[in-house]
Write a protein that binds this ligand. Structure first.
Ligand code: F6R
Length: 583
């Protein structure tokens, strides 16, 4: 979703700001813009990519610059709606991540006419109005944020001032310290030349200059920790891969290894998780999209152990009446840790005094900061919008929880994962998958089915496939096919069958017969040969109970290959954002 970056420095501002904007592109956006001061406030904006913006930005003669990638919410993608927004009197310029929920109320209250459809422009004019009265920039910002409802990370320029002012509530915002530059950014990846940073506290505001910064909360100085960036930026760069998505699929074995090794070493965290076991009678797993599918896998593990366990889609959970209380363990799963629906769900869990545990790839995220127990997955930055390696690691985290809850040794799980990694050669799966792209592209209907854990893999496969190939597909449990969707099956239908559970194989074979007798073609993804299949992708020969960790890899690769064959960019699917920070 939207990305925000600001830089202060004596030189190279153009290079620095575009470096940051390029690094934020992965979040998904539809327009981009920059603002700076050169004899008054200047802005350059365009609909489309950062490259386009760069090509129309010839020089930045300014010591300060703020910039933004916008993912349209209030008002469509247009130059007028693109950030930065400038106040009515042209003295204040802002970029904003988040949503101002009471923007219409404020427009009426202050009788402000905006030229854009956004919820941001009003904030620039409101700061200007307050500043004209108070003549105090910080006081004006504080007064404005006290009136705003919703979420915001704001970078603010005042004409004639070489500082960048800021304010934040809910949406993340960081101050970065570089060698001869200061940064403000919504995401640590957007300031690769910063070596240290401050994660600004909620409802803080303040400013940065080239040599100083001040952070306030309600009129008083706020104490902030300066921490090392500690990111290996090579893991956020493409290397020899054509796309991040492919790179990230190839990273799955390493991610599984790093994640399990982390838990084997981190006995303190494991002991904290163990403490939960005795005091809970229900487990609720909550997430969105791909992370929700990891929850569905976890639900099965908890059910097997005799717990009442439910998976909930975060945006539904908020309005559900599912009973939760202090004896409920709420497991929130979020790669980014910034998904607005999951954050709202977490607020509900906390209000009901539930125990909260999150599984996340970003330990400094809002969700991590607000959960009692944080279970990291060790993926490194996931840049492609479509989540791949994070899903496999989230499912591994569910195995880790199962071992802890059963009081089994994690070293045993470690041994199993090491064996799995030795047998998992992504390039072998890729070679098999490529063969079927032409059948996928010629099918009129694509249906994915499976039983039990295989159904969860089918759901995740179908989501991955549709989000980057833009080809419709549906996923359902094998047994459900005959209750309606079978009507779609004809000679132009391809049914992708996940078949990894030996005790259910007979039932799955029945379904395959029903499909074949109606002319449908079958692609089986399995660790065992299947003579009834038209096409087959063999999974590595690993222990059956660990197949859920790998069974979606063929469809991650097929989705990728189909997308590329169609000429689309798999890293930035249309209409989607990496981190969905609005409800
Ligand atoms: C799909 C995908 C999304 C995310 C969902 C939740 O490939 O990436 O469905 O899984 O938006 O995001 P997180 O896990 O960051 O909360």
């Amino acid at each position: 979703m939207c990305g925000l970056v600001g830089v202060i420095g004596d030189d190279n501002l153009r290079d620095e700001i575009f470096l940051g904007l390029h690094k934020l592109e992965y979040r998904g956006y539809d327009s981009a813009g920059i603002g700076y001061i050169d004899g008054g406030i200047c802005t350059i904006k365009c609909v489309g990519g950062v490259d386009k913006l760069q090509s129309i930005t010839h020089a930045i003669n300014s010591k300060v610059c703020i910039a933004h990638t916008r993912w349209a919410t209030h008002g469509g993608p247009s130059v007028i709606n693109c950030h930065p927004h400038v106040s009515a009197g042209k003295s204040v310029c802002i970029v904003h991540n988040g949503i101002i929920e009471n923007c219409d109320y404020l427009k009426n209250k202050y009788n402000i006419n905006c030229v854009s459809d956004t919820d941001t422009e009003i904030v620039a004019t409101l700061i200007e109005i307050k500043y004209l009265r108070t003549k105090d920039k910080l006081q004006s910002i504080n007064e404005v944020i006290n009136e705003l409802k919703g979420s915001f990370a704001l970078a603010i320029l005042f004409d004639g001032d070489n500082s960048i002012y800021f304010a934040r509530n809910i949406s993340p915002l960081l101050i970065g310290f570089g060698k001869d530059k200061m940064y403000l950014c919504s995401d640590v990846l957007g300031m690769p030349n910063a070596s240290k940073y401050i994660d600004l506290p909620n409802l803080s505001y303040g400013y940065i200059t080239l040599s100083d910064y001040k952070v306030y909360h309600n009129g008083s100085i706020a104490n902030c920790n300066i921490v090392d960036v500690g990111i290996d930026y090579t893991s956020a760069s493409l290397g020899d891969y054509p796309h991040y998505m492919l790179k990230e699929i190839y990273e799955i074995p390493k991610v599984l290894k790093d994640t399990i090794s982390y838990y084997v070493k981190n006995t303190k965290l494991v002991n904290r998780i163990k403490e939960c076991v005795h005091r809970i009678n229900k487990v609720v797993l909550i997430a969105c999209g791909t992370s929700y599918h990891a929850c569905l896998m976890g639900e099965k593990f908890f059910n097997e152990m005799g717990y009442l366990a439910y998976s909930c889609i975060a945006s539904e959970f908020v309005y559900d009446s599912i009973p939760i209380d202090k004896n409920t363990l709420c497991i929130l799963v979020s790669q980014s840790g910034e998904t607005a629906d999951t954050i709202s769900a977490l607020a509900k869990c906390k209000k009901a005094h539930c125990k909260t545990l999150c599984i996340t790839n970003v330990v400094s995220s809002t969700i991590a900061k607000n959960c009692k127990i944080v279970m990291p997955i060790k993926c490194g930055p996931e840049i492609a919008v479509a989540s791949t390696k994070a899903y496999n690691a989230q499912v591994l985290a569910m195995y880790v929880l199962q071992y802890i809850f059963k009081n089994k040794k994690l070293s045993t799980l470690h041994t199993h994962i090491n064996k799995l990694i030795k047998l998992l050669d992504v390039s072998v799966i890729e070679k098999q998958s490529i063969k079927y792209i032409k059948h996928i592209l010629s099918a009129k209907n694509i249906i994915m089915i499976g039983k039990n854990a295989d159904y969860v893999s089918a759901l995740e496969a179908s989501l991955k496939f549709k989000e980057i190939s833009y080809i419709s597909s549906t996923a359902l449990p094998c047994g459900e096919l005959k209750h309606g969707t079978l009507a779609l099956v004809d000679e132009d239908t391809l049914v992708i069958v996940f078949d990894t559970i030996s005790k259910l194989r007979d039932k799955t074979s029945n379904i395959i017969s029903q499909i074949k007798s109606r002319g449908g073609k079958i692609l089986v993804i399995s660790n065992k040969e299947n003579n009834a299949a038209n096409y087959m992708i063999a999974l590595p020969n690993i222990k059956e109970r660990f197949l859920p960790l790998v069974s979606v890899i063929p469809m991650q690769l097929i989705s990728y290959k189909t997308c590329v064959a169609c000429g689309y960019n798999p890293d930035k699917p249309r209409n989607l954002a990496k981190s969905v920070t609005v409800e």
